[in-house]
Design a protein around this ligand. Structure first.
Ligand SMILES: Nc1ccn([C@@H]2O[C@H](COP(=O)(O)OP(=O)(O)OP(=O)(O)O)[C@@H](O)[C@H]2O)c(=O)n1
Ligand SMILES: C[C@](O)(CO)[C@H](O)COP(=O)(O)O
Length: 231
């Protein structure tokens, strides 16, 4: 059996700023999207046979051309994304083949530097029988819940908290069910599964899988890439 990867890459990048869509912003001479595809592809144990990329509407053809060399033998499909991240994931999910796939990964283009071993851990956990899997890292800030007026409500025990990343991995039927359920307000795909009562398992993530969100993240990305290129 094989893995399919959905890459939501249709976001505006408002928090990052700048004049281009975030997934098209370059680090070390390549777009975040190219880095993300290469990162997934490097995880050979993931056995990727299909990439479906959701892009800002109108960029389907140009992105397909740009990504073709990186997809290798895997099938590459590029679809127009939607208004919100879940809409983009759903648009991509609609064209993922229904036969011969035992794991679907959903991976933010914005988490362009995820190490191969994280991808492999996620796939292995899905293949091992977990219906939904997320990479996670410990949080280093103290996290507080606050009211609408900004007053602190409480402080959850930090040892019970993790920050979750992508790729998130799913048994295909579970991901399809989650996206068909009409759940609103989910900030990741695992949260949709949780709402259905599906158990979600964590595996070890990586600081390198940070999400390029704000301008300083681009500096971090350049530094990380320079370090990797030095070997
Ligand atoms: N309508 C959307 C919104 C987001 N994404 C993708 O989902 C991932 C995570 O989203 P985020 O980092 O929030 O990206 P943006 O929505 O672009 O950021 P911002 O909220 O700052 O505009 C990114 O790869 C982004 O391209 C998407 O495909 N379609
Ligand atoms: C999916 C995600 O990357 C997991 O941490 C995150 O929830 C995406 O959030 P965003 O606000 O859409 O960037």
């Amino acid at each position: 059996m094989s893995t399919a990867a959905i890459i939501p890459a249709a976001g505006l990048g408002l928090r990052l700023g700048g004049e281009n869509y975030k997934a098209f912003r370059e680090v070390g001479g390549d777009s975040l999207l190219v880095h993300a595809v290469r990162g997934l592809k490097a995880a050979t144990a993931a056995d990727l046979v299909c990439f479906v990329v959701a892009v800002p509407p109108g960029f389907e053809e140009s992105v397909a051309k740009e990504l073709e060399p990186y997809a290798g033998a895997a099938r590459l499909l590029v679809v127009p994304g939607g208004a919100e991240r879940p809409d983009s994931v759903r648009a991509a999910l609609d064209v993922v083949p229904t036969e011969g796939i035992d794991c679907i990964l959903v991976h933010d283009a914005a988490r362009a530097f995820v190490p191969a071993e994280v991808v492999e851990r996620v796939v292995a956990a899905v293949r091992g029988g977990a219906p939904a899997v997320v990479p996670a890292v410990a949080v280093t800030d103290t996290i507080k819940r606050v009211s609408a007026t900004g007053e602190v409500v409480d402080t959850p025990d930090r040892s019970t908290l993790v920050a979750v990343q992508t790729p998130q991995g799913f048994e295909p039927g579970v991901l399809r069910r989650a996206h068909a359920a009409g759940i609103v307000g989910a900030t990741d795909d695992a949260m949709m599964c949780e709402r259905l009562g599906v158990p979600v398992m964590t595996v070890e993530g990586s600081q390198d899988a940070f999400k390029v969100t704000r301008p300083q993240d681009l500096l971090l990305a350049e530094a990380l890439l320079a370090e990797r290129r030095l070997g």
